[in-house]
Write a protein that binds this ligand. Structure first.
Ligand SMILES: [Zn+2]
Ligand SMILES: [Zn+2]
Length: 368
């Protein structure tokens, strides 16, 4: 079938093109995409800091409506509304033990460019176009996904609003709700106020953290963090942010989150906690970067860990996030700004400049 897609042919730029898309096979599901959120991982792949073979289609926060299903699909039917999350195999030890974010085949599956049998799903004339990014490549009018990474949601919910749940919100909120699990009354600092960091702040408020510190370079992000639940704002800059955290909470906080992936900030996050505090790394550090750390920080009882996708099981966690949003406790819509597909390069520019936290690309026939 003929589809429209945002194709990356050269680093840093999308072009909107018509492509030919294969029919679904096996466990594949053809989804008419309604909207797709843009996430940091799309930008690093667009700029080829995360190499993804070009020409290719990105996008991993899709929402849409099932059009057709392959012969092995068991639980989805045409007309179902779905949120498209990350891909996992379902069979390895991590998947079998309820940790699909740590699937042994995560890299192959989420950076897939063609089917496992080697066939290509997307073509521009006779040219193969890489697709299968996070099992979806949803920056297009239609996507071919796997049953396992499509989470069915109730039809009465406005699909466009749900796009950021698939990765960014799931990662930040999951980091707090699934990984750190702070007790009511505890203290937490978030370094870096993008969609992930701001989602962590909202989640920390829902579980009763009473001291929620927010650190960022941009005053507008700090203002938004205050509206979403931060109780103290720290402008990153000349004074090291860990010293500013200690000035607010003597001895250090119970929990720290790094949502920047900047090594110096990751170190500051660890130094923000008290001797038995826990630091969670949610950012993506540049390839080959190393972390310079005062080794004395490791003499206490500190815990440092990382998480992918907030340790989420999407089919279980996304419905919980929708419930929190319905109850007014997770207003992630405050992070979003909508752009039509043909303005996707503007959306990228606004995301890079900090004007927009979470761009949502709305597909041309979203309201059809
Ligand atoms: Zn697996
Ligand atoms: Zn993402």
């Amino acid at each position: 079938m003929d589809i429209q897609a945002a194709v990356v042919r050269e680093p840093g730029r999308f072009t909107i093109e018509h492509l030919e898309l294969d029919a679904p096979q096996g466990d594949e599901v053809l989804v008419r995409v309604i909207a797709t959120g843009l996430c940091h991982t799309d930008i690093v792949a667009l700029d080829q800091h995360l190499p993804y073979p070009l020409p290719g289609i990105l996008g991993h926060e899709g929402v849409g409506v099932v059009q057709r299903v392959g012969p092995r699909v068991e639980h989805l039917i045409p007309g179902d509304h779905v949120i498209l999350s990350f891909a996992s195999c379902g069979h390895c030890a991590s998947c079998q033990s309820g940790q699909p974010a740590y699937c042994q085949y995560a890299r192959q599956l989420n950076l897939a460019t063609r089917r496992a049998d080697g066939s290509c799903t997307h073509h521009a004339g006779s040219q193969a176009v890489s697709a299968g990014f996070f099992g979806q490549s949803s920056l297009a009018s239609h996507a071919l996904v796997h049953e396992r990474n499509a989470v069915r949601v109730p039809k009465h919910l406005p699909l466009v609003d749900l796009a950021p749940l698939a990765c960014g919100v799931q990662t930040g909120a999951g980091g707090v709700l699934n990984v750190l699990k702070p007790q009511a009354g505890s203290s937490l600092v978030v370094h870096g106020l993008g969609a992930v960091g701001l989602s962590a702040i909202m989640a920390a408020k829902t579980v009763g953290c009473t001291r929620i510190l927010a650190v960022d370079l941009h005053a507008s992000r700090l203002d938004l963090a205050a509206e979403l639940g931060a109780t103290a704002l720290i402008q990153a800059g000349d004074t090291p942010s860990d010293a500013q955290v200690h000035a607010q909470v003597p001895g250090g906080v119970d929990f720290a989150i790094d949502a920047t992936g900047v090594p110096a900030v990751m170190g500051a996050a660890i130094a923000s906690t008290h001797r038995t505090g826990t630091t969670l790394m949610l950012g993506m550090a540049p390839p080959g970067a190393s972390l310079k750390l005062n080794a004395a920080l490791l003499l206490g009882g500190r815990t440092i860990r990382s998480s992918i996708e907030g340790d989420s099981v999407p089919a279980v966690f996304i419905p919980r996030l929708i419930e929190l949003h319905r109850a007014g406790l997770l207003p992630f819509d405050r992070l979003c700004r909508h752009y039509p597909l043909d303005a996707i390069n503007d959306a990228i520019a606004d995301c890079k400049s900090g004007r927009t936290v979470k761009p949502i690309i709305v597909m041309p026939d979203a309201h059809a």
